[in-house]
Write a protein that binds this ligand. Structure first.
Ligand code: 6PG
Length: 476
């Protein structure tokens, strides 16, 4: 039967990717833990028996693959992936290739590669982004590992990948070891932050007295300006438009707890570990964590202390246009700041783990197919292509900073003064900009001295070299 590749796992992503690859002219063997699902899937497509072939047992699935065999795993990340690899490897031969496409921690991919290579097999960790539609029409892929392994799967993956406006496929070999999964982890951290920014914008607008229909219309107007055109804006517009049968907004009845599967948290942990400031990414994770404390929030809200300020709804008032303009500027800058943090994290992790990531090539693969796709990815790619040593992405957007910073500050202070709406990522992003564009931080000067008072930790001075200490009075 000689299939070009195999896919294990016929969930939403696996079945759609199998169809995508088969449509590109490859012969694909498919396998699912429960054979009924394989039968069901093949029953839905005319490609069954022509370029898609289903198997009930691993040995038949593996026997159908051309050597060296290339098997893509699309099962749940974590334990399910390890269990699948364990079963599969018994049937593979030296040189065969396993590609894990899950949202894995990059450190797990390094471990898997080492274990499989010790047994003569080859491994690639390759995140996928784009959800169901992406998998079907062309997702972005984030491979990492050994270059020669990538070269063997490259024709299939490039054919299946989304294509950016310049025709380049949204995939590049990101680097060694877990580089691909690291890029996917931080793609998701950016996803968490920017989804949260759009959600905060929605929250402000509703508290400002706008209906969901007004919000959808306003966001559509923002989209039409071009700069913020993106998939995440599109889905937020859809969320604003979604209605119950009664005609009431769907968003009003949705339980306010945000689930997550780990990539955002791992990214925040890794950023902290290597010491890259990423307040927007961290705040998005914490926002999700606070949402999960529904019971405590409900109890606190009924304990009789009035936390909501008297003016909460319809605070925008007569200055609606002016306020929305400020909010627009704030959104632009918060999104750029979030990307800036994401890229700084990738740069630093690249240094620490020696991945060999070429940032402009990686960013170019975010331009289509993935959840981050949107207009901004093109100028961001160009900025790093023009200057790979750019100190911070924000420096490539001087106009956005010049035209928007004061508006951003005004918007935040107005919302904070008049409502109880909390804006974790919009606030954290302004903190990031203020801090990362300050050549001297007074609070850092004070904390350095505080440490010297009680711990005699010493401090450096701006005007003299060396380590200094001060004579402090006894305070305890
Ligand atoms: C993508 C997404 C996807 C991710 C979900 C869920 O790029 O297609 O990042 O891979 O699994 O967005 O992530 P959370 O459950 O952690 O929100």
């Amino acid at each position: 039967m000689s299939c070009d590749c195999g896919i294990i796992g016929l969930g939403v992503m696996g079945s759609n990717l199998a169809l995508n690859i088969a449509e590109k002219g490859f012969r694909v063997a498919v396998f699912n833990r429960t054979y009924a699902k394989t039968v069901e899937f093949l029953g839905t497509t005319p490609l069954a028996g022509r370029s898609l072939f289903g198997f009930e047992h691993y040995q038949d699935f593996v026997a159908a693959l051309t050597k060296p065999r290339k098997v893509l795993i699309l099962v749940q990340a974590g334990a399910a992936t390890d269990a699948t690899i364990k079963s599969l490897r018994e049937h593979l031969e030296p040189n065969d290739i396993i590609v894990d496409t899950g949202n894995a921690h990059f450190k797990d991919q390094g471990r898997r590669a080492a274990e499989l290579e010790a047994g003569g097999l080859r491994f690639l960790g390759m995140g996928i982004s784009g959800g169901e539609e992406g998998a079907r029409k062309g997702p972005a892929f984030f491979p990492g590992g050994t270059l020669s392994v990538w070269e063997e799967v490259r024709p299939i993956v490039e054919a299946a990948a989304a294509k950016a406006d310049d025709g380049r496929p949204c995939v590049t070999m990101n680097g060694k070891g877990g580089a691909g999964s690291c890029v996917k982890m931080f793609h998701n951290a950016g996803e968490y932050a920017i989804l949260q920014i759009w959600a905060e914008v929605f929250d402000v607008m509703r508290h400002g007295g706008m209906s969901n229909n007004d919000i959808a219309a306003e966001l559509q107007a923002w989209k039409d300006k071009g700069f913020l055109t993106s998939y995440m804006l599109d889905i937020t517009i859809e969320v604003a438009k979604a209605k119950l049968h009664s005609g009431n907004p769907l968003s009003d009845v949705v339980r306010d707890k945000i689930g997550s599967k780990g990539t955002g948290l791992w990214s925040a942990q890794e950023a902290l570990e290597v010491g890259v400031p990423a307040p927007s990414l961290n705040a998005a994770v914490i926002a999700r964590q606070m949402s999960m404390f529904k019971d405590e929030r409900t109890q606190n809200a009924s304990c009789g202390i009035r936390v909501l300020p008297p003016v909460s709804w319809s605070f925008i008032g007569a200055d609606k246009e002016a306020f929305l303009c400020k909010l627009y500027h704030a959104t632009k800058l918060a999104i750029i700041a979030s990307y800036a943090q994401m890229f700084q994290c990738l740069r630093e992790l690249d240094k620490v783990y020696g991945f060999g990531i070429h940032l402009p090539s990686t960013i170019a693969t975010f331009r289509a197919g993935c959840i981050l796709k949107g207009f901004l990815l093109t100028p961001m790619t160009k900025a790093f292509e023009a200057n790979p040593n750019l100190s911070n992405l924000l420096c490539a957007f001087p106009e956005a900073l010049r035209d928007g910073l004061q508006a951003y500050r005004d918007m935040l202070s107005e919302v904070t003064a008049k409502t109880s709406v909390s804006l974790p990522v919009l606030s954290a992003s302004l903190v990031y900009i203020n801090t990362m564009f300050s050549s001297v931080l007074m609070s850092a000067q004070v904390v350095s001295l505080q440490r010297d008072v009680f711990g005699r930790h010493g401090f450096e001075r701006l005007d003299e070299p060396g380590s200094h200490s001060h004579q402090w009075p006894e305070l305890q």
